[in-house]
Design a protein around this ligand. Structure first.
Ligand SMILES: Cc1cc2nc3c(=O)[nH]c(=O)nc-3n(C[C@H](O)[C@H](O)[C@H](O)COP(=O)(O)O)c2cc1C
Length: 210
């Protein structure tokens, strides 16, 4: 299926049928997310992969009991960094040097630029910035799922404080920001299954040369 057909086929699935998505379908979705662009390439978020029914049941309680949570095969929980420190930059610079087989000294300018970026922003602003990076991954995951013909629901409707406790994130530098539920649409029970996609027109949406 081509990209535009896949994007027309997909919708934010409200009911899923509980069928397991095989790992050969999940892996390319995960890898697409890992390959997502991020500002400076820092990837200031992680993705927690949940397929344990007991854990999904706990998450269900923190997510307004939305049925997709327990009917999905996998939940990908996007969790962004709460704080960003110079140590994060050091470890990123080391990774770039290692992956590109270059001396770390050659990255001194990049290192300085990243540390200046941190120093000129509050942690609150950096945390919001990290969350925006996580949403780019969420978008990539949605597209990848559609290309794999796997249904997916992007979800923000959950209590982040409770979710962080359930996943043990409250003791880490991560905070949950969004979920991507993966599974298969329940064609008998999902009221949205045959509904037309609603989007504003191209004329209204795109603004040329203003
Ligand atoms: C960031 C984000 C959060 C969302 N949260 C929820 C949610 O908690 N529950 C839900 O059923 N749908 C959720 N949605 C799905 C949207 O309602 C849906 O994407 C929108 O209505 C457009 O429809 P479509 O995705 O089916 O084309 C969310 C979508 C996004 C992008």
């Amino acid at each position: 299926m081509g990209l535009l057909n896949a994007l027309s086929w997909r919708y934010a699935t409200k009911r899923m049928n509980g069928q397991k998505v095989p790992s050969e379908k999940v892996e390319p979705i995960l890898e697409s997310i890992r390959l997502s662009a991020s500002s400076f390439g820092l990837q200031p978020y992680r993705v927690i992969v949940v397929d344990d029914p007991a854990l999904k049941a706990k998450i269900h309680e923190s997510a307004c009991q939305q049925p997709q949570i327990v009917e999905a095969s996998h939940l990908l929980v996007f969790a962004s960094w709460k704080t960003i420190t110079p140590e994060h930059i050091d470890s990123y610079i080391s990774l770039v040097a290692k992956e590109r087989n270059m001396p770390v000294e050659e990255l001194a300018q990049f290192d300085g630029m990243l540390k200046d970026f941190l120093a000129s922003r509050t942690q609150e602003r950096l945390s919001a910035w990290a969350t925006r990076q996580a949403y780019i991954g969420l978008g990539t995951g949605l597209i990848a799922a559609a290309m794999e013909q796997i249904d997916a629901t992007p979800m923000e409707g959950f209590n982040t404080t409770e979710m962080d406790k359930v996943l043990g994130l409250d003791k880490t530098n991560l905070q949950s920001v969004a979920i991507l539920a993966l599974g298969y649409r329940d064609t008998a029970n999902d009221y949205l299954v045959n509904q037309k996609k609603v989007r504003v027109s191209k004329e209204e949406f795109f603004i040329y040369n203003r």
